[in-house]
Write a protein that binds this ligand. Structure first.
Ligand code: SPQ
Length: 439
C-alpha cells in the first residue's frame, strides 16, 4: 500500500483557535537556502529551516552531489559551500519525492553542470508539466530528456555550454523564473526573465543576499553568468502558506483570537491576507521587521463574519498556494465567491480546483468548478469523508473546515502533510482544533 494512503485525519466539529503560535519555516525559502548555500564559497548557517519532506529532498540531493551539510537540528542547518563549480555527479538518480520546486529549480541549476544527472519524483510529481522549464532551457542549449508527455523522469545530459536568453514567460511562475536564473549562473552572457504578473521573488532576494549582481526592473530580472556566491547567515521566517490555515480557521470559528508569530510577509506572498480582508476578515499586521532581506510580522487574527467576493485576478499569483484554504473561507461566507484566472491550480500536487470542489460538495456546499477557478456559495458545512488525493494543502484545508461543520470530518491520504507542515496535527490541536490522526 502507498504509505500516503494510510494516514487519516478525524476532526470533531466545532471549537475555536486561541493563543500564540509559530508555524514551521517557509518552504520556498528553505529550498533556496540549501541551493545557494551549497553553491557559495564559505559556510552558510541557516535557522528556521523547514524540516518537511520537500525541503529535506532538496537537502539530500545536494548531499548526494558531495556537499557537506550538518543538521537539520531544530531548524538549524550548516552548509559547507563547494562553490559554483564544486558539485559532483551523484551516484544515483536524485529523488525529490512530491516537490515541484526541487525538480524545476534543480533542472535549471543542473543543466550547465559537467555531469549527467537524473531527476525522479513520486506519482503526483511525475504527472506535473515540466516542458515549461525544459523548453526554455533547451533554447539556452541544454540537453534534457523527458517522457513523451513532457514529464519526469528528467535526464539532464552535460553540454558544451549554455547561452543566456531573454525569456518572456508565458506563465506567471516563480519556479520557471528561478529555474532560468539558476541556469543563467552557468550561461555565457546575460539571462533575463520577464514575468506576466508578479510571482514570489525569494530567488532574486537571496541571490542579492549572497552577493550576486542581479538587476530587477519591473517584471524583468537579469543576471550574467560566471559570478560567485559568498556564504551568509539566513533566518527563515514562518511560512505564510502554512499560516493561511490558521488565518482562515480563526476567522471562521466564532470566539477565536490567535497570534501567529514571525510570519514572512513578502509582498509577493500576501494575497491571502488581502483576499481574506476584502471578505471581511479581521487580520492585524504587527511588529513589521526585516529578517535577512525578507519582511516578517506577527499576525493577529480574530473571528469575523465573511462575505463572498469576486477575487481580483491580480491577487491570484500572490495567493496561489492558499486557494484551498480560501475556498473554505468562501464556503463559510455569506453569498457567492467567484475565482477566475487560476487555471494553474489544476497542475499542482493535485488538480486543486476539482479536488476541492469534490470535497466541498461532499460536505454539502454548492461549489461549481470552472476551467480557471470556482464559484462557491456560502452555506452550512456538514460532516463527511473527503479524499485529499495526497495533497498536503487539501488535507489541511478540510481539517480547518471542521471548525464550522455540523458533523465529524474524515480526510484520507494525509501523509503528505509532512511535505510542508510537519507537526500540523499537534500544533492545530494545541490551538483548539479537535483533530486526531490515525494510520
Ligand atoms: O514545490 P511544489 O510542489 O510545486 O509546491 C507548491 C505548494 O503548494 O507547496 C505548489 F504546488 O508551491 C509552489 C508554488 O505554487 C512553490 C513555488 C516556489 O517555491 O517557487 C512556486 C509556486 O509554483 P509556480 O508553479 O507558481 O511557480
Amino acid at each position: 500500500m502507498n504509505p500516503s494512503h494510510s494516514v487519516i485525519f478525524n476532526i470533531k466539529p466545532g471549537g475555536k483557535l486561541q493563543g500564540s503560535l509559530r508555524v514551521p519555516g517557509d518552504k520556498s525559502i528553505s529550498h533556496r537556502s540549501i541551493m545557494f548555500g551549497s553553491l557559495a564559497e564559505g559556510i552558510t548557517q541557516v535557522t528556521g529551516f523547514l524540516e518537511g519532506d520537500d525541503a529535506l529532498a532538496t537537502l539530500n540531493a545536494f548531499r548526494q552531489m558531495g556537499v557537506r551539510i550538518e543538521g537539520p537540528d531544530n531548524g538549524r542547518v550548516t552548509i559547507h559551500g563547494v562553490g559554483m563549480q564544486g558539485l559532483k555527479a551523484p551516484k544515483e538518480p536524485l529523488d525529490v519525492g512530491n516537490s515541484g520546486t526541487s525538480m524545476r529549480l534543480l533542472c535549471g541549476l543542473l543543466a550547465g553542470q559537467g555531469f549527467e544527472v537524473t531527476l525522479v519524483g513520486d506519482r503526483s510529481l511525475s504527472g506535473r508539466p515540466m516542458r515549461r522549464v525544459t523548453t526554455p532551457l533547451e533554447k539556452m542549449g541544454a540537453n534534457i530528456e523527458a517522457t513523451d508527455a513532457g514529464t519526469a523522469p528528467l535526464v539532464i545530459h552535460p553540454v558544451d555550454h549554455l547561452q543566456g536568453i531573454d525569456y518572456p514567460m508565458p506563465v506567471a511562475s516563480a519556479q520557471v523564473k528561478s529555474c532560468l536564473l539558476l541556469a543563467g549562473l552557468y550561461a555565457q552572457g546575460k539571462t533575463s526573465t520577464t514575468e506576466p504578473a508578479p510571482t514570489r521573488d525569494h530567488t532574486e532576494r537571496m541571490m542579492s543576499g549572497f552577493g550576486y549582481d542581479i538587476q530587477r526592473e519591473g517584471a524583468k530580472a537579469t543576471l550574467s553568468g560566471g559570478g560567485h556566491f559568498t556564504a551568509c547567515n539566513l533566518d527563515i521566517p514562518a511560512d505564510i502558506s502554512s499560516t493561511a490555515f490558521f488565518l482562515v480557521g480563526a476567522t471562521i470559528a466564532e470566539g477565536s483570537d490567535l497570534m501567529l508569530e514571525h510570519v514572512g510577509i513578502n509582498p509577493t506572498r500576501i494575497g491571502v491576507i488581502n483576499i481574506l480582508r476584502e471578505m471581511g476578515a479581521d487580520i492585524e499586521v504587527l511588529n513589521e521587521r526585516d529578517a535577512g532581506g525578507e519582511p516578517v510580522a506577527d499576525l493577529h487574527v480574530r473571528s469575523s463574519k465573511l462575505k463572498g467576493i469576486n477575487i481580483p485576478e491580480d491577487q491570484v499569483p500572490l495567493a496561489i498556494d492558499e486557494f484551498p484554504a480560501i475556498f473554505i473561507a468562501a464556503a463559510c461566507a455569506e453569498g457567492e465567491t467567484i475565482l477566475t484566472g487560476a487555471e494553474e491550480l489544476r497542475v499542482k500536487e493535485s488538480d486543486r480546483i476539482q479536488v476541492m470542489a469534490d470535497g466541498l460538495i461532499a460536505l454539502g456546499i454548492d461549489a461549481q468548478p470552472t476551467p480557471d477557478g470556482m464559484i462557491i456559495k456560502g452555506g452550512e458545512i456538514q460532516g463527511g469523508t473527503v479524499g485529499s488525493h495526497g495533497d498536503h494543502r487539501i488535507a489541511m484545508s478540510f481539517a480547518i473546515a471542521a471548525l464550522r461543520a455540523s458533523g465529524e470530518i474524515t480526510i484520507t491520504d494525509c501523509a503528505n502533510v509532512n511535505t510542508s507542515f510537519p507537526g500540523f496535527v499537534s500544533l492545530a490541536a494545541k490551538a483548539g482544533l479537535n483533530i486526531s490522526s490515525a494510520s
